[in-house]
Unconditional design. Structure first.
Lengths: 487, 454
């Protein structure tokens, strides 16, 4: 049972894998007795989700704030924390109280980032409260952090979410102070001290972007909690060596510089690519090569004019979407054109489409013949068919010009929405491919089951299941009604 | 007498060859060496292998089979291990060469244990250098990319075909259809979560790209990728990346060297052909006519392709019939209108008619390009955030022949994907419709039950 008011949840939040939600729904909302068990389950589930997330999120603290926010929203274990009894004054924080749960999650949060520390930052008064109860090592820093926490628009969604983020990450860090995290944590801590003075003056400023606030709060809490780690000293020293006033990624991002060795390697590499792309085959080489190719082709047994199987496949790929596109043209034509001109135009268009269709059919015919003649030369598959003729042969760039292949392949997008649409569509296409493949297999397997046997009384349920699976993709079910009016 | 003359001619010819060979002699090892170094690191042969193959030494055969196997697998995006059996290697290489249109029958007749035929393989290798552009393809495929990558290919062949049978049939022998339903639901859930993760990944990428705009030294890119941003913070983690970049640079330099020395190599290959001609090897093929073999329908590739072709032809024929009807209808209506209206017979209308024809031609220009195979970019692309205003940068895709970057815009890919999605949806709906018909037939057989579909 996931508590309703559990943090802001927007569409992009990662859905939990099945077992995790399953396990949390079994929990009762009661302290102590099964708590350890529940915590253990939740730990495991979060770990699992974390390993997935880790592979995606190799981003600096800037985005950590965002993820922190999401995590907080998702940490739905409806139980109270154990030792870290946090008197939560915020409405949505209670659910996110899982102290031990965030075992490895803090790893994401505590990446050292020299450019992310900066002067005025905003924090949240509730973070202060939460962290007050934190174990001994942390407590000393508590008041200071608390002092820095200025109040912002609490009612804003970001405010709430980052509070939650701060809270959640704070607790989690506290719970699992792992050594490798400390450099990052403690690094921000001394800067907190430095920016302490700035904090008050910053209190009034409200010009920061929401993301920054998220980031700051997240940083701060984690930084603060780093004090509790053992490697505090070394980490602090390292932290202090970072120049103060280095900003967030948002501020300083445009001034960052890649390290010199990488820059050198990169520019050498791209220059080499460019030279390769521009280098032309010399005339003698081209002549010699053509001579060789012609001579060897005279020894081939296939006719030179038939396209190779690779070319056939490539052409076929090009033709695959043609019916859809042509249908678009046809459907775009108005069914009942008003003026004469429109009618004429529509007629011409349709005729044009018609000629294209017949051209395509001719082409297809040629391809079919070519395929047949090529298949006659097919090598004998001795033994395992699968190994010698792989079903999926993703040979790319068959028709590409050699030089084009060496150009830098870039995919340019101009907005976040475009990027998201692109990925959503890619996923949709893959999913459709899979669904089609599955549909074919299921048709082959399930329909004979129903067609073969004489239908017994009890097979109505089976029929319904198969109907829904095959015809509705398992999303809807037909209604089976007893035909009792017959008698 | 004549015979002696001919003998002498042949001797002279051979002498000439040997001389040329000696001249080339110094350049040839360099060319072969450069060629070997231009191949990817894991598939690099020793120059000796090629040399031994030239003389058809059987010892070089195994190595050469392996070389071709690895290279062709890389082009085809397949996986291979060190321990793949020689029989499998041989059949794959034979198939791949057939696939690319290499038609020498002698190659197909080589023994399956890989014990002979190094010279044939050398010929095939050289042919591959030109015909699908082996080197360029390998370079492009194995490109070291420190960027955020995604593929723009809409082909959808990426689903791995696992040949295993039913893995988990549940505790009992018979599989319950409810298990199937449950699996289906789980699959959908995974897709949803994958979708959510992708969306989140997009958001994070966007942030990084946006925030680091203007920092990259490469003007084409303009901003850092995730890897590069992380590189700034933790340079020590990325030593391997630097090494890969360096080794790729060396490979590219070897490629350039090879391009310079290419003529020598091709002349050398011609001597191989000459030798074979002398041995009477070549004449054989002239007399080889295509034997009538049974078409191997069993191969999955051929089956897939014929399936696609059949479906395509069905679609097109259906569309043609539909259009036929539509056009006939429209034409009849049109001629009716024309007959009744006087003004159409005036001059004025013919002018407008011409204009309409031109504009329709423009509209339909897109159609003719439909049937021509487009230059599709497969492979991975680096994501680059670029605002819509190029702001005086070099016009990509506008200058004629070769652009510095093969930039594809997301908008184009999106439209392509939308078309792809539409055709796939139609295909799925057709399949479902088939099922519906058959199930309706079955439903009639259900005693005393009425089925109401949703």
């Amino acid at each position: 049972m996931l508590p309703a008011g559990c943090g802001p949840r927007d569409d992009e939040e990662e859905e939990r894998p099945q077992p995790q939600s399953g396990s949390s729904t079994e929990h009762e909302d009661r302290p102590s007795p099964k708590e350890l068990e529940e915590l253990e389950l939740l730990n495991r589930a979060l770990e699992k989700a974390l390993t997935v997330r880790k592979s995606i999120l190799k981003t600096p603290l800037e985005t950590r704030g965002a993820t922190g926010h999401k995590w907080a929203g998702e940490a739905h274990a409806p139980k109270k924390a154990e030792e870290q009894q946090v008197p939560v004054s915020v409405e949505d924080v209670p659910e996110c109280r899982n102290v031990k749960a965030g075992s490895k999650k803090p790893l994401l949060l505590k990446k050292p980032s020299p450019y992310q520390l900066r002067a005025p930052y905003r924090t949240d008064p509730d973070v202060k409260k939460l962290q007050r109860k934190v174990p001994a090592g942390c407590v000393s820093q508590g008041p200071r952090t608390a002092g820095k926490i200025s109040s912002k628009g609490m009612t804003s969604k970001q405010g709430r979410s980052h509070r939650t983020a701060a809270g959640a990450s704070g607790r989690e860090v506290c719970a699992a102070a792992e050594p490798q995290e400390t450099p990052g944590l403690s690094e921000s801590a001394p800067n907190e001290q430095q920016s302490f003075s700035g904090g008050d003056s910053a209190a009034g400023k409200n010009s920061m972007a929401a993301g920054k606030q998220l980031l700051d709060a997240g940083k701060k809490s984690s930084g603060f909690l780093a004090e509790s780690s053992k490697k505090e000293d070394t980490a602090c020293a390292w932290g202090r060596s970072i120049t103060p006033g280095t900003g967030t990624l948002q501020e300083k991002g445009c001034q960052l510089k890649l390290p010199l060795p990488y820059r050198k390697a990169y520019s050498r590499n791209s220059r080499a690519w460019e030279r390769c792309r521009l280098c032309q085959t010399s005339a003698d080489a081209a002549a010699a090569r053509t001579r060789f190719m012609e001579r060897i082709q005279t020894t081939f047994c296939s006719l030179k004019l038939t396209p190779s199987p690779a070319e056939i496949e490539e052409e076929l790929r090009g033709l695959q979407d043609v019916p859809s596109r042509l249908r678009q043209y046809v459907e775009a034509e108005p069914a009942d054109p008003s003026t004469l001109q429109e009618e004429y135009e529509s007629l011409l268009t349709l005729e044009g489409v018609q000629t294209t269709v017949s051209q395509c059919l001719q082409k297809l015919q040629l391809l079919q013949e070519a395929l047949e003649s090529q298949l006659r030369l097919h090598p004998d598959c001795t033994g395992d068919v699968g190994s010698c003729c792989p079903a999926c042969v993703p040979v790319r760039g068959q028709m590409c010009d050699s030089a084009d292949m060496l150009a830098v392949p870039l995919l340019c997008y101009s907005s976040l929405q475009e990027l998201r649409d692109l990925f959503a569509l890619k996923l949709q296409v893959s999913m459709l491919h899979q669904e089609i493949a599955l549909q074919k297999v299921m048709m082959a397997e399930l329909l004979p089951v129903l067609e073969a046997r004489p239908l017994l009384e009890g097979s109505a349920g089976l029929f319904r299941a198969i109907q829904s699976q095959l015809c509705e993709g398992g999303r809807r079910f037909p209604v089976l009604v007893r035909d009792e009016l017959l008698d | 007498m004549r015979g002696q003359r001919r003998e002498q001619h042949r001797e002279q010819h051979r002498e000439q060859h040997r001389e040329q060979h000696r001249e080339r002699g110094s350049a040839l090892p360099a060319a072969v060496g450069a060629l070997c170094r231009a191949l990817p690191p894991r598939a690099r042969p020793a120059p000796d292998t090629l040399r031994r193959a030239r003389f058809d030494r059987p010892q070089a055969s195994l190595d050469f089979w392996k070389l071709l196997y690895v290279l062709l697998k890389q082009i085809h995006g397949g996986r291979w291990t060190e321990s793949d059996a020689i029989g499998a290697q041989v059949s794959f290489v034979k198939w791949a060469l057939w696939y690319h249109g290499y038609g020498r029958p002698q190659l197909q007749r080589l023994p399956a244990d890989g014990s002979a035929g190094s010279r044939e393989l050398l010929l095939a290798f050289s042919w591959l250098l030109h015909s699908p552009g082996l080197l360029e393809q390998l370079l492009a495929r194995n490109r070291v990319q420190p960027g955020d990558q995604t593929s723009v290919c809409t082909c959808g062949d990426e689903l791995p075909s696992s040949q295993e049978g039913t893995s988990e049939a549940g505790p009992e022998e018979r599989v319950d259809v409810r298990y199937l339903q449950w699996l289906n639901g789980r699959l959908r859930l995974q897709w949803c979560s994958l979708h959510a993760q992708h969306q989140e990944q997009c958001k994070l990428w966007y942030k990084i790209h946006l925030f680091t705009s203007g920092s990259h030294m490469d003007q084409n890119l303009g901003h850092f990728s995730v890897t590069e941003t992380d590189l700034i913070r933790q340079p020590e983690n990325y030593k391997q990346l630097l090494q890969l970049l360096d080794s790729e640079t060396k490979q590219l330099e070897a490629f350039l060297e090879w391009k310079q020395l290419e003529p020598v190599y091709w002349q050398w290959m011609e001597t191989v052909l000459d030798n074979m001609a002398e041995e009477g090897n070549m004449c054989e093929s002239q007399n080889v006519h295509v034997e009538k073999r049974r078409l191997p329908e069993a191969t999955p590739w051929a089956a897939k392709l014929t399936g696609q072709m059949d479906r395509l032809s069905r679609d097109l024929v259906a569309l043609q019939e539909h259009l036929h009807q539509l056009v006939a209808q429209r034409k009849a209506a049109w001629w009716e209108k024309v007959a009744t209206r006087e003004e159409l017979q005036k001059e004025r209308f013919s002018a407008t008619a011409r204009k309409i024809q031109e504009s329709t031609e423009l509209k339909l220009r897109g159609l003719t390009s439909l049937c021509a195979p487009k230059k599709k970019m497969h492979g991975l692309c680096r994501l680059v955030l670029r605002s819509k205003h190029p702001a005086g940068r070099m016009g990509f895709g506008q200058c004629g022949s070769k652009e510095a970057v093969a930039a594809v815009s997301a908008a184009e890919v999106i439209t392509e994907l939308q078309v792809r999605e539409a055709s796939l949806q139609r295909e799925l709906q057709q399949l479902r419709q088939q099922c519906r018909h058959r199930l309706d037939g079955i439903a009639e057989g259900l005693e005393g039950v009425i089925c109401i579909s949703p």
